[in-house]
Design a protein around this ligand. Structure first.
Ligand code: PLP
Length: 384
């Protein structure tokens, strides 16, 4: 089936974003591309290709199914790290394929050791510690038991990492909490070191922490949203701004564009209602373009009478309600318009742009949410 809209993934934009991150962190830390949530809606197969072409050799996923997908598409045997969900019965497959994974409780740890023993192959694990996020992670109280197991079973384990995750590095209001988290992380690190347990890589930082806290970079940074060309929050930019040269005020480029085309044109007389219900009544004669994208494609219903698209480089407002598969936009003010013409839902046309931020703002979503709501069925094309 030919999809009614498509996403363009810009390889050059991604390269630029990674180059900026690299300029902030220096040559040593590994950049892990976070590709959870179908690579923030960009598509895992496409982003693995684009990221590897940009020199990335490390990927982070939330779940095992995403990790297997990355593994299938990786051309360079990149390292893969699962930060969240896996099913214990998948451990043999994960260990065999040398996919590393977070371990944050004794159940997963013991299952990993058992599987490693039976396969006679080391499990590659990252020990996640609780520093104040309160989602997953070993507590300091359990440290003795953890240390005892890690020492006893060390020949079955490859200690790839010691890690934690910050509870909102993208907002200054959370920074005292985040700094306290880092202190607790260091406490864990020292405690392990006292027992002569060391890890291949120490890692804590997401995009915001990477941009704002150089002391948190350590050996690896986990870059999600910034790689796709977005500030984690506007605040992140304002916090970083004093350390930027003016030419760096806009260092990120949006990787994604979302495009469709005009399905049909519809003239409407004055005083008529458009679409379902009575949310929009014409005040004059209008020409509407019907675009075959609706809420089933991730174009949110809340954009009814609020969204904007670009046609012929001109901003055209959405009129009436967003339907399941279609939306009407006002093209009365355009000189020339015809079916099949390109419609930009997100991206640039001429010198105009519909940004993800404006899109997300109108839908009252954060960038992250808007992007991951893009269905995986929409086709994704890589462009440079
Ligand atoms: C999502 C996630 C990241 C990446 O976060 P960004 O803000 O998108 O950079 C890093 N680490 C963990 C554990 C995550 O879950």
């Amino acid at each position: 089936m030919r999809p009614t809209s498509y996403l363009e993934i810009s390889a050059s934009a991604y390269r630029q974003n990674i180059a900026f991150i690299r300029s902030r962190i220096g040559p040593s830390p590994v950049i892990s591309a976070v590709v959870k949530g179908n690579a923030y809606g960009h598509g895992i197969p496409q982003m693995v290709q684009v990221a590897e072409e940009a020199g990335i050799r490390h990927f982070s996923t939330f779940s095992s199914d995403e990790a297997f997908l990355v593994n299938r598409h990786s051309q360079f045997t990149s390292e893969i790290m699962i930060m969240g969900m896996l099913f214990l019965e998948e451990l043999p497959q994960l260990i065999t394929q040398e996919i590393s994974f977070y371990v944050f409780d004794f159940e997963r740890l013991e299952a990993a050791i058992e599987t490693a023993k039976s396969l006679q192959k080391q499990a590659q694990i990252h020990i996640e510690v609780e520093t104040g996020f309160h989602r997953t992670g070993f507590e300091l109280e359990g440290l003795d038991r953890l240390v005892e197991i890690l020492i006893r079973e060390k020949k079955h384990l490859q200690l790839k990492g010691l890690c934690t995750h910050f509870a909102g590095a993208e907002s200054a209001i959370n920074h005292p909490r985040v700094r306290l988290q880092f202190e607790r992380y260091e406490t864990f690190k020292k405690a392990f070191a006292q027992h002569e347990i060391t890890f291949e890589r120490y890692h804590t930082a997401c995009s915001a922490a990477t941009l704002l806290f150089p002391e948190f970079h350590l050996d690896l940074v986990r870059i999600g949203i910034a790689g796709y060309g977005f500030w984690p929050t506007q605040e992140t930019f304002h916090l970083l701004k004093p350390s930027l040269h003016e030419s760096q005020y806009n260092p990120f480029r949006r990787v994604i564009s979302w495009k469709s085309q005009i399905m049909s044109l519809k003239p409407v007389e004055t005083g008529e209602y458009v679409g379902y219900g009575q949310s929009y009544q014409t005040l004059e004669k209008m020409l509407l373009a019907i675009v075959p994208v609706g809420y089933s494609h991730g174009y949110r219903r809340i954009l009814s009478n609020q969204g904007e698209v670009l046609i012929s480089g001109v901003i055209c407002p959405v009129v009436g309600t967003v339907n399941m598969n279609a939306v009407a936009v006002d093209v009365s003010h355009l000189d020339k318009v015809q079916t099949g013409q390109e419609v930009v839902l997100i991206g640039t046309q001429g010198d105009k742009e519909i940004t993800v931020a404006s899109f997300a703002e109108t839908t009252r979503q954060v960038n992250y949410e808007m992007l991951t709501c893009l269905p995986s069925e929409i086709s994704r094309r890589i462009v440079d």
